[in-house]
Design a protein around this ligand. Structure first.
Ligand code: KG4
Ligand code: ZN
Length: 337
């Protein structure tokens, strides 16, 4: 079966074709980052309009690259995300489903992220612990099997990607700041500042990143007052990254041990962070899996593979599903799995 995957939940238009026998056939991604950068964050209306502009050309591009006229099913991100942006992908998927007379599968965006490592040559086996870290989420999930997800902990305030982005802004870096902050951190000393590792000593698996961000803000103000911010920026970036990554790794390992899980999957945009990838593998005694860098951030391939795994739930095009909020725990195991 060949599944067309469409991702339009936020500011990337992602399209991919996944073959259940031969893997990924083609994929294309259009980032709207430049459009939103002037506003310092994603503007929902601009996002929807740009998805409308780009989606069909990208679908035509992957179909012609893969040399196929029609997929066997279409998967689209149905939430969580910006409702207007989701409607573009949902409308397109259902319209094409009617035209091609093929089934349509609504996919949960975060399930797409946590299944992204299934696109790699050595995919993880179930069960595993998933650390899902993106601009909107920081979650630890016990994954028993496809669709059986138990959220062990999540963020009480800012998501870790959001904390990277806000801290980057404080340091005068552009939007989105995560990758820029990580690049600057490579030139800094991560022991220069003693920043808090929030929630590390709490017995639960929740995160909190706003205190860490505030601690950096106070140091930035101090450095500004002392006239030495320019030479301290890299040290601040490195110290922030170290504190955030230490917290994510310590909580993940603790959760994996508590649940008796021997595999950890790191996914979502912050999963592209090199320090996190390197140190999780070094510090965890079990196996650690990641998607390739390009599939950590939003993309169509993860939606196509999640759709392929949920083919049992495919239905004829009937309604456009678009949910701003949607709990992973409500998904359930697809029948016939
Ligand atoms: O998963 P994603 O593409 O979109 C959401 O669903 O949110 O994640 C985007 C987030 C942004 O906050 C971005 O700054 C962060 O991932 N990010 C990074 C890195 N690359 C992307 N954060 C830290 N280090 C990176 N290398
Ligand atoms: Zn995402």
């Amino acid at each position: 079966m060949i599944v067309l995957g469409l991702e339009t939940s936020c500011d990337e238009t992602g399209v991919a074709l996944y073959d259940t026998e031969n893997g990924l056939l083609a994929e294309a991604l259009h980032s709207q980052v430049d459009l939103h950068a002037v506003y310092g964050g994603v503007v929902p209306e601009i996002a929807s309009r740009d998805h409308i502009r780009m989606l069909l050309p990208l679908i035509q591009q992957v179909m012609s690259e893969a040399g196929i006229d029609k997929p066997d099913a279409i998967a689209y991100t149905a939430g969580p995300g910006l409702v207007g942006a989701l409607m573009v992908g949902g409308g397109m998927a259902n319209g094409l489903g009617l035209a091609w007379d093929c089934p349509v599968i609504p996919v949960h965006h975060m399930e797409g992220h946590l299944l992204a490592p299934m696109l790699e040559d050595e995919p993880p086996e179930f069960p595993f612990l998933a650390l899902l870290v993106s601009g909107g989420h920081s979650m630890l999930i016990a994954v028993a099997t496809l669709g059986d997800y138990r959220v062990l902990g999540s963020t009480l305030d800012d998501a870790v990607g959001e904390a990277f982005d806000k801290t980057a802004k404080l340091l005068g870096l552009g939007y989105p700041g995560g990758p820029a902050l990580a690049a600057l951190a490579e030139h800094g000393d991560d022991t220069a500042y003693q920043l808090p590792r929030p929630m590390l000593n709490k017995p639960n698996f929740d995160f909190s990143f706003s205190g860490l961000k505030t601690a950096v803000m106070l140091e930035v103000r101090k450095a500004e007052a002392d006239g030495c911010l320019a030479e301290r920026r890299a040290d601040l970036a490195a110290s922030f990254q170290r504190a955030a990554v230490d917290t994510l790794i310590a909580k993940s390992i603790k959760a994996a041990r508590a649940e008796g899980l021997e595999r950890i999957v790191v996914a979502g945009g912050v999963g592209a962070n090199k320090l996190l990838r390197k140190e999780m593998a070094e510090r965890f005694e079990g196996e650690v899996y990641y998607p390739r860098l390009a599939f950590c951030t939003d993309n169509g391939a993860m939606i196509a593979v999640a759709g392929a795994l949920r083919l049992a739930e495919a239905d004829v095009a009937s309604e456009i599903k678009a949910q701003a909020r949607w709990s992973l725990e409500t998904l359930g195991v697809p029948s016939g799995t």
